[in-house]
Design a protein around this ligand. Structure first.
Ligand code: PA5
Length: 308
């Protein structure tokens, strides 16, 4: 097993993964279930696909409307996550059209339509395998956009000094990252929060525009020990100007500096994956500075064991 950086950098290969969910089936709504590093794929997707109602779930509470008109997509890297197995079982019993994205486990046995992905990775570093089947099947990505994503990830793999600098500024400044996202990629910002949690083993905060202007704006101005936070704004090319205007005015009124981390490329696939990749790199370098193993999730595993 090499250094975790290799696993992160290898994301570039995942841009060639072209298996996809069959969206030509008849359905009226889409429910995507997944936890943690697997569930993030559904969260990101739900804000992007607007042809049908989509909801992503990560709890024991299910919508009543799940039935034979539902396309239920179950995502679990291991295929053994308790919440995901339970939800999938319920969806099967309700007659939903069930698909799974997994590397194996129980899930691969209980679902007929399975997208099987390679084993041996951390769930969170297999994001291309987990998300491409949704983006490709729904038409939100195609060969060209994944090619653009791949080229831009390759660029980042060659040159990402800025990500190391951000990690250093967080580390030496003893800061807590606070990440601001922008629709339709607000869950990419949430993903970075979870990468700080799992890879760097630090607590982190996230929020998103314009909603944060109606709540976070108050403490942003006068919170207890504002100097503790390191603010990151995850922007992207062609972002609606209104968001940038809000960011600028908010930072002026509330008097905080932020680091802008901009996604690369024109296509949605390139923007999502480069934004994710930059965050993965920052969280990796922060883990290294902190002397923690970015791969280690032993507490999550112990929890799963004790609950089983
Ligand atoms: O990144 C991780 O290891 C976790 O967040 C897992 O993804 C989470 O515990 C769910 O497990 P799985 O992805 O195997 O369903």
């Amino acid at each position: 097993m090499g250094d975790y950086l290799e696993e992160i950098i290898d994301k570039v290969k995942q841009m060639d993964f072209k298996d996809s969910i069959d969206f030509s089936l008849k359905f009226k709504n889409i429910v995507i279930f997944g936890m943690g590093g697997s569930g993030i794929a559904g969260k990101i997707f739900q804000d992007l696909f607007t042809k049908f109602p989509v909801i992503s779930i990560d709890s024991y509470e299910f919508p009543q409307y799940i039935d034979e008109n539902t396309l239920f997509i179950s995502i679990s890297y291991s295929g053994n996550t308790e919440e995901t197995i339970r939800a999938t079982d319920m969806a099967i019993k309700k007659g939903a059209k069930v698909w799974a994205i997994t590397s194996g486990g129980e899930l691969s046995k209980m679902v007929k339509n399975v997208i099987l992905i390679p084993k041996g990775l951390q769930p969170r570093s297999s994001i291309g395998y987990l998300l491409n089947p949704l983006l490709l099947g729904s038409g939100l990505a195609d060969d060209d956009s994944l090619k653009e994503a791949k080229e831009n990830i390759e660029k980042l793999n060659r040159e990402h000094e800025e990500m190391k600098i951000i990690a250093d500024e967080i580390y030496y400044g003893n800061k807590i990252p606070a990440i601001f996202g922008f629709p339709p990629y607000k869950y990419v910002a949430y993903r970075l929060k979870t990468q700080f949690n799992e890879n760097s083993k630090i607590l982190a905060y996230w929020s998103y525009f314009p909603e944060l202007n109606h709540n976070d704006t108050m403490p942003l101005k006068s919170t207890y020990r504002k100097e503790l936070f390191y603010f990151i704004a995850l922007t992207y090319p062609n972002i609606n100007e209104i968001y940038l205007k809000r960011l600028k005015i908010t930072s002026e009124i509330c008097d905080f500096n932020y680091k802008e981390v901009r996604a690369m490329g024109e296509s949605l696939a390139s923007q999502i994956y480069t934004s994710i990749h930059q965050g993965d790199l920052i969280s990796y370098y922060l883990a290294k500075r902190r002397g923690v193993d970015p791969r280690d999730v032993n507490i999550i595993e112990e929890l799963k064991r004790r609950l089983s």
